[in-house]
Design a protein around this ligand. Structure first.
Ligand SMILES: [Mn+2]
Length: 353
């Protein structure tokens, strides 16, 4: 049997493309004739998203040949991280016949495999805390009768030093305690491997910096192996440093980006005013119209008024201009580079102040 494992999709009602990532995933799974899907948490970006999109989720699964979806919930599925205010409860929502929501640790026995689910431990009472305590859970999950795997939405204690073993992390001995031959973890938006532990990574770019491929794992219960499947719809994050000098934009390499790219520009240099800054951003937006999303970091971009009166700046620029104009055509790029190095260094050294 094959199981498709995915986590951290963070589907948001306000970002329709994230719904398409989920739909693309389901059709890929269906094409492969996989009938069991396990979500390692953070299927939704917030509890409100889960509420708004509950019928969409039910329908997205119902219309496929996928027979079952185990959803081991994550912190984002249970709460509204931005507001901190929860009006609904995930436990009260209906996601259709095929979706099973795992809110507390549980065990499913399938043909040839046992799947232990360990959701995010959102605990308020001592009793709830105990329901997640690995040592307390041992009596509920005695020795397996066949191969057992676990899917959890927490970190691994050894990755997070100095953390209590029963708060948002599981102990390094978790797999041995429950005799799991594999433990798949959501929550960590990166793909890592440590012994029998595997992280699922984020199925889509959730925030700036989540570079690399995004997708899901297919676990084969017979061969006890897994393979990663890329989901292009989950996007790729690319960062590009661009030097700006007034109305000049030095955007070097011209490699094409795929339409699934989130292109993030780190702008640095000098501009005359805010209008010029906006013009530069527009120029870049028009240059890369095929990408999915463009964002900017302007931390390193300064207004010339901040620099204009600085003596070092004045001396450098007046000398530089003379040399640049007098230099032969083939040397001009060197002079431009020299100016770029000066400006970058000057700004980093605090010349702005
Ligand atoms: Mn997440």
């Amino acid at each position: 049997m094959k199981i498709a494992l995915i986590s951290d999709l963070h589907v948001a009602a306000s970002l329709p493309w994230t719904q398409q990532v989920w739909e693309a995933f389901l059709s890929r799974v269906e094409e492969e004739n996989i009938s069991l899907v396990v979500v390692g948490g953070d299927l939704f970006d917030s509890l409100d998203d889960a509420y708004t999109l509950r019928q969409w989720l039910a329908h997205s699964v119902d219309k496929t040949r996928i027979s079952r979806l185990l959803w081991i919930v994550g912190n984002h599925d249970l709460t509204n991280p931005t507001t901190g205010k929860q009006v609904y409860r995930l436990a009260d929502m209906n996601f259709g016949e095929k979706v099973e929501v795992c809110l507390t640790p549980d065990l499913w026995v399938e043909d040839g495999i046992e799947i232990m689910g360990y959701p995010f431990p959102l605990v308020r009472t001592e009793e709830e805390r105990e329901a997640f305590s690995p040592s307390k859970l041992l009596s509920r999950f005695p020795s397996p009768e066949q191969r057992r795997i676990a899917v959890a939405h927490v970190g691994l204690a050894s990755w997070v030093p100095h953390m209590s073993e029963e708060a948002e992390v599981i102990p390094k001995t978790f797999a041995t305690m429950f005799q799991c031959e594999r433990v798949f973890l959501g929550h960590i938006h990166q793909r890592l491997e440590d012994g029998v532990y595997r992280t699922l990574g984020s199925a889509r770019v959730w925030r700036k910096g989540e570079s690399g491929e995004h997708g899901y794992l297919v676990y084969d219960t017979e061969t006890h192996t897994e393979r990663f499947e890329n989901l292009p719809e989950g996007r790729v994050f690319q960062e590009k440093e661009v030097f700006v000098f007034y109305d000049q934009v030095e955007d070097r390499e011209e490699k094409p980006f795929s339409s699934h790219t989130w292109l993030h520009f780190d702008l640095y240099g000098v501009v005359q005013n805010d209008a010029q800054k906006e013009k530069i951003k527009d120029h870049l937006r028009q240059k890369y119209t095929n990408v999915a999303e463009i964002t900017f970091d302007e931390e390193g971009l300064f207004l010339s008024s901040v620099l204009a009166n600085h003596p070092v700046w004045q001396i450098f620029l007046s000398k530089w201009e003379k040399h640049y104009e007098a230099s032969p055509e083939e040397e001009k790029s060197l002079w431009l580079l020299a100016r770029e190095i000066f400006v970058k260094d000057f700004l980093q050294q605090g010349g702005r102040g």
